[in-house]
Design a protein around this ligand. Structure first.
Ligand SMILES: Cc1cc2nc3c(=O)[nH]c(=O)nc-3n(C[C@H](O)[C@H](O)[C@H](O)COP(=O)(O)OP(=O)(O)OC[C@H]3O[C@@H](n4cnc5c(N)ncnc54)[C@H](O)[C@@H]3O)c2cc1C
Length: 491
């Protein structure tokens, strides 16, 4: 259930292994956050702009290879000078960070010559986490990795123990914005797992997440996968011997299935699982998982720009180096703004596209929570217009050469994302991945129910896909799955 990156991955893995799959999607189309949308013919990304994991031997490269997507899901690397830049606005410091963990480390030394010990300590620990995390290796992929020391210490405490330099701490924790948990709350291990992929390489996908969706469509026709959109499960019925016997759909149909995997937000999952088969403690645990921030996004183009010099690039404007503040709903200052420049094509036309997004918190939008897309109150529309103007101004300050040619074609708040993506509170990353927390993941106490998706282990495209590989291994069986992976990786 759910056809985002996680649901599509799992459906295909099961289909490729001879299982008969029914993919249920509440929206009118598959793809979830991977979907693109068009404004005046210009393609824009909804919830997928860039990713790590594409370097040679990278986990994403391997996963796409196994799915057979290598020829259709092609990376465009952010590797030229100026491609990944962090601007600390409080002192105007600009950090142009190169691709490759080793290069990133060397550049950090260059920018902070008096912080050698802290920088070495940080990168050594990131490497250690990656080497000791078996789930990052597809061949040894496992449902539960042994926890390591770094799972029990926060990113903030780790950095505080080795440096007092606030800007260095800000630079080394800025990736928190790419997974939505602040340095105080995230374990060093989870931070390292996401960051390492991005240090090694940052890439977009040619044609964005739509390329992934198209590849899935092409391959799913060869597998035994039926897709049902505008459909969800309203009830799990006929539970016997800890197994759900019937899945009742909202159109009244009954589905009999050996197994069912949910790839949606945990809070939504417990609304569907049968109450009498969940303990109070389980419901409390899942309900207490905190939903991540969303984004306010602005979508625009720069007319008459030269595509040869237009990105791809990611420029992060950081009004403060305190990343905890930038992810705090109570923070009232200017937000972090990530500006992605990319070249997009549609029907022989080439566009210089700007996608800018700022963390946004549902608590600030609550007054309009009951409204729906296309029918929002005037106060909300004023808020949105104000935000667009603010963000436009910040883009023009960062790129003065675009001031007269920047055309904003659309904007979306967390409420917009909530309503288009069926994501609670318009979250970008599912739940916050907090230290010491037990996520909803893998096989549940109802034996034919599984949970995957971005909230299961790690957020983002890589985390969502990885959770599905692990669940697929559990459903298919260790041996059959291992030989399938071995065969596909050798292909
Ligand atoms: C604005 C934004 C920017 C982002 N940028 C990036 C980025 O640059 N890089 C990156 O790696 N990640 C990014 N992310 C996060 C990334 O999109 C997700 O981590 C990942 O795509 C989640 O995949 P998923 O399959 O777990 O969930 P989703 O993509 O959310 O898919 C869940 C699917 O389930 C469906 N669904 C929901 N409820 C039901 C139901 N009851 N019944 C049936 N179907 C249901 C939804 O319609 C949806 O299709 C971003 C997210 C947002 C919102």
């Amino acid at each position: 259930m759910g056809s985002g990156a996680s649901g599509l991955t799992l459906a295909l893995l099961l289909g490729l292994n001879g299982r008969k799959v029914l993919l249920l999607e509440k929206a009118s189309h598959i793809g979830g956050s991977l979907c693109r949308f068009y404004k005046e013919g210009v393609p824009f990304d909804t919830g997928f702009h860039f990713t790590g994991g594409f370097s040679s031997g990278g986990i994403l490269t391997d996963m796409l290879h196994v799915l057979g997507f290598t020829d259709s899901v092609k990376p465009i690397f952010f590797s030229a000078p100026g491609a990944v830049v962090f601007v600390f606005e409080q002192n105007g410091a600009v950090y142009d960070m190169p691709s490759g963990m080793e290069n990133f480390r060397v550049a950090t030394h260059k920018y902070f010559p008096n912080e050698s010990a802290a920088i070495e300590e940080y990168f050594n620990r990131v490497k250690k986490v990656c080497q000791s995390t078996v789930t990052l290796d597809l061949r040894k992929i496992a449902l539960s990795a042994e926890p390591i020391d770094e799972d029990f210490v926060s990113l903030e405490d780790t950095l505080n123990a080795s440096t007092a330099n606030p800007i260095l701490k800000g630079l080394l924790s800025v990736v928190c914005l790419c997974y939505g948990t602040n340095p105080k709350e995230v374990s060093f291990a989870n931070h390292a797992r996401v960051s390492a992929g991005l240090y090694n390489s940052v890439a977009r996908i040619e044609n964005g997440g739509q390329a992934f969706i198209q590849a899935f469509r092409d391959f799913s026709v060869k597998s035994n996968i039926t897709i049902l959109c505008n459909t969800t499960i309203s009830e799990c019925a006929n539970v016997r011997d800890d197994r759900v016997g019937e899945f009742i759909l909202d159109n009244g149909d009954k589905v009999f299935a050996d197994d069912c995997t949910f790839t949606i937000h945990p809070h939504e999952i417990i609304k569907i699982l049968p109450r009498q088969h969940m303990t109070k403690a389980f419901i409390e645990r899942v309900s207490s998982l905190e939903t991540s921030n969303g984004f306010f996004s602005v979508f625009g183009i720069v007319e008459n720009a030269d595509p040869a010099t237009f990105g791809p690039s990611i420029t992060s404007l950081l009004p403060t180096c305190d990343i905890n503040a930038l992810l705090d709903p109570l923070y009232t200052g200017s937000g972090a703004l990530v500006i992605v420049r990319s070249i997009e094509k549609n029907k022989d036309k080439t566009y210089c596209v700007i996608n800018a997004f700022e963390p946004e918190f549902y608590s600030r939008l609550k007054q309009w929570a009951d409204s729906k897309v296309g029918n929002r109150p005037p106060a909300y529309l004023e808020y949105k217009e104000r935000k667009v103007n603010e963000i436009r101004e910040r883009i023009c300050k960062a790129f003065p050469q675009y001031r007269s040619n920047l055309k904003i074609l659309g904007a979306a708040s967390a409420l917009t994302f909530r309503d288009y993506l069926f994501s609670p509170e318009g979250n970008a990353y599912g739940i916050k991945q907090k230290i010491g927390q037990f996520n909803l993941f893998g096989k549940q106490s109802l034996l034919n129910i599984y949970v995957a998706g971005q909230s299961a282990i790690l957020p983002g495209l890589v985390g969502a896909m990885l959770s599905s590989f692990i669940v697929a291994r559990n459903i298919i069986g260790k041996e059959e799955f291992s030989s399938f992976i071995e065969k596909e990786l050798c292909n």
